[in-house]
Structure formats: structure tokens, C-alpha cells
Ligand binder design. Structure first.
Ligand code: SAH
Length: 385
């Protein structure tokens, strides 16, 4: 005889203790107030915690010698300092590293560390799991949006990389991780509140201390949010352009039907602080027979006239089932030559980490959106098995 249990009325299992790793100063302060500290004390403790967690990389409260023993004990009871679980970690033969991080059950996103990019090395972080944009050449575009990542989850991707590179404390002179690019999964400007809070934490000089000038946010062109991004974060701007006319761009980047090139360029020109030392990066993926003629190279130069710009020509990175091919190398070089003659230096970006599907546009996780009720059911099942 089989016995079946009705689990539907059982309360959902309590989530484990909350991690403080990756929280912003305001979020840490709110936690300290929840612990019963008055606002002034809470503010002070938040700053101490920030230094231990984001400057020294602490993962144990016992090292926090300037915090009273009783408070350390109270912290240890309610909180942890761990990072989310790493579901997968791969290293490419060119040194590129890719992490698949499990932020929550069924919510997994990728980050990629690329050595010798930027000043010394860049981390490409995800801002969402999945994406809503459906750009036809992008692997992430084939995965529906699961959810926005929180500010904490974005910062935790940096902590995981710092752990792996053993770069604590963060004040080291010759760092391996010097630049952050929001070019992983998702559209950062559809999650601007969390991206802005994460940038505050990453650039905090008493914490992770990566300057805003070394943080780049890439967008497919959410025009109304572009000037706001600059005002709120002071970050560098990158635009995924890929086409020089609306007809083709509508096809490759469907978001262009909402914000066409004219609207996009008005927004770009309104980005605060642009000049010779603060240029917009334009990304242009080279698709064979689609957007790679010399006439388009000249159109590109014309389109960027008057905008302080850098150009990145990205050889198309294939992924399983992708509907495009990468332009021939001679075509890319001829295209680059036109761009070069117009005064833009070394514009071809060498693909990195292709062997582990870590290159631009190859990121995709198996996560799917699950209804909250279904998630509770799965958790209950897991807890009772
Ligand atoms: N949604 C944002 C952030 C993602 S950035 C944006 O679109 O800018 C990821 C970059 O990789 C973008 O410039 C994207 O256009 C580019 N990309 C996507 N798929 C690619 C592929 N298969 N090969 C090369 N570059 C690709």
C-alpha cells in the first residue's frame, strides 16, 4: 500500500540566514537597525562591516576586531557572509574564466573574467537572468527573462571573482581585476535601480574600490534611461549598435522599433560629461553578408560624427543553432580600415573564451521562470525528501 501525504498546507521552509556579502551601505544600515541598533550606531556599524566585507573580503565575523564581541555574536547568529553557490566554473585555454552562479533555486546567471582587458582584467557581469530583448544574433536572447538580479547579487559576482583571484584586501597596487563591464546577461537599463546601487558599492573607495571610470554599462538602446544612467552612476556608456539604418536595426535589435536611431542618438548626446576622456563605446557585431559592407563602414563613421566615440568591431561568436555566420577576416579588416582612417584606433575585438561559450553573446543558462506557487511546491518537495 502506498501512502500519500498532503504537503500543500505545510508552511514553506524558512530561508537560511541572510548573507551580508555584497550589500550596499544603506542596505547594511537597514539590517543593523533591524537588529535593534539606533540609526547613528547602525550607520557606524554599516561602515565598519562594509570595510571588513568589501575591502578585506572577510567571510567570518570573528576577524572583525573593532566590533564588540557581543555584537559579533549577535551578527553571527542572524547573518552569514557567504557568497551564492557556484553551480559551474570553467577556465578557457586563453585564461578566460566563466562562473555560473546559483543566486536562488532555479535562478542561475553567468559572469566572465577576461584577463588582459582594460587596465589589467575585466569582469563581465550579468544584470538579469535571461533577457526580454530578443536580439536575433544573441544567445541570451533565446532565453526568456527569469528575473532582475538584486544589487547584492550583482556585487556578489565581483566578490566571487575576487575570491578566485585571491585579491583581498582590495587596495593592492597590481590588481588582476581592474574593470567591470555590464555586458553579461540582461539589459542593465531595465534594472537601473539595482545596477546603480551595485555601482555605488563596487566603486566605494573603502570597499571594492573600482572607480566609476572603469565601470562600463552596455545597453541595446533604452533611450529614455541613458542620460539618467550617467547622472546616477557616472559610469562609462557602451551602445550595442550593430546596424547603421533603422530597417536593419529593427531586425537585429528589435528594441529599435521602440527607440529608433534618431531617438537613440539624441539620448547619447545628452549623456553627461562626454569628451575626449569620456567616450561612448559603440559595439558592432560583424555578421557575414548582413551588416559588413564598406558602405556600412562609411555610414557608421558618418553616424558617429560629433559624438566622442570608440568603436569595437566584434567578430560574431556562434552558438548552437545560431542563424548567422561571422564575417570573413578580410571583410572585417577592410571594414576596420575605413573606421581606422576616420581616426578610431584598433577597433577589432579579439574573441575571448569561445571554447567555453564565454564570449560576447554566448551566455545562456538553463534557468526558466517559475511561478511563485510552483517554486514553493518544489521547495516543499525538496525539504520533505
Ligand atoms: N543588453 C545589453 C548588455 C549585453 S552586452 C546590450 O545589448 O548592450 C552583450 C554584448 O555582446 C552586446 O554588445 C551584444 O550585442 C553582443 N553580442 C550578443 N551576441 C553576440 C554574438 N553572438 N557575437 C558577438 N557579440 C554578441
Amino acid at each position: 500500500m502506498t501512502v500519500s501525504l498532503d504537503l500543500s498546507r505545510r508552511p514553506a521552509p524558512q530561508p537560511g540566514p541572510k548573507s551580508l556579502a555584497g550589500l550596499s551601505i544603506p542596505a547594511l544600515k537597514a539590517e543593523m537597525e533591524a537588529l535593534g541598533l539606533d540609526p547613528k550606531q547602525a550607520g557606524m556599524r554599516a561602515k565598519q562591516l562594509r570595510r571588513w566585507i568589501h575591502h578585506f573580503g572577510a567571510n567570518d565575523f570573528s576577524v572583525m576586531t573593532d566590533i564588540a564581541k557581543e555584537l559579533r555574536a549577535a551578527l553571527g547568529e542572524k547573518y552569514i557572509l557567504s557568497r551564492p553557490e557556484i553551480a559551474d566554473h570553467q577556465v578557457s585555454k586563453d585564461g578566460t574564466q566563466k562562473w555560473l552562479t546559483r543566486f536562488a533555486p532555479g535562478v542561475e546567471g553567468e559572469s566572465v573574467y577576461i584577463p588582459d582587458v582594460g587596465k589589467a582584467g575585466a569582469l563581465c557581469v550579468s544584470s538579469q537572468v535571461g533577457c526580454t530583448l530578443n536580439c536575433t544574433f544573441c544567445h541570451t536572447g533565446t532565453q526568456a527573462l527569469v528575473r532582475n538580479l538584486t544589487a547584492q547579487e550583482i556585487v556578489q559576482q565581483v566578490l566571487i571573482t575576487r575570491d578566485a583571484l585571491r585579491e583581498w584586501p582590495s587596495s593592492m597596487e597590481d590588481r588582476l581585476l581592474t574593470n567591470i563591464v555590464f555586458m553579461g546577461m540582461g539589459e542593465p537599463l531595465y534594472n537601473l535601480d539595482n545596477v546603480a546601487e551595485a555601482i555605488d558599492t563596487i566603486s566605494d573607495g573603502d570597499g571594492i574600490a573600482i572607480s566609476r571610470r572603469r565601470i562600463t554599462v552596455s545597453t541595446a538602446g533604452v533611450a529614455p534611461k541613458i542620460p539618467e544612467l550617467g547622472q546616477r552612476t557616472g559610469a562609462m556608456l557602451a551602445i550595442s549598435l550593430h546596424a547603421t539604418n533603422d530597417e536593419l536595426r529593427n531586425e537585429l535589435v528589435p528594441l529599435n522599433r521602440k527607440y529608433d536611431l534618431k531617438t537613440l542618438f539624441e539620448a547619447i548626446r545628452a549623456y553627461p560629461g562626454l569628451g575626449n576622456t569620456k567616450r561612448v563605446t559603440f559595439e558592432y557585431v560583424m555578421l557575414k553578408g548582413v551588416n559588413d559592407t564598406l558602405a556600412e563602414a562609411r555610414d557608421l563613421v558618418r553616424l558617429l560624427k560629433g559624438v566622442p566615440a570608440k568603436i569595437n568591431l566584434i567578430p560574431f561568436n556562434p552558438w548552437p543553432g545560431s542563424p548567422y555566420e561571422c564575417s570573413d577576416w578580410e571583410t572585417i579588416e577592410a571594414f576596420a580600415e575605413v573606421v581606422n582612417r576616420a581616426g578610431y584606433a584598433s577597433p577589432i575585438r579579439t574573441p575571448r573564451g569561445r571554447d567555453i561559450l564565454a564570449a560576447c553573446g554566448q551566455l545562456r543558462s538553463e534557468s526558466v521562470k517559475v511561478r511563485a506557487s510552483e517554486l514553493r511546491r518544489q521547495q516543499q518537495e525538496a525539504a520533505s525528501s
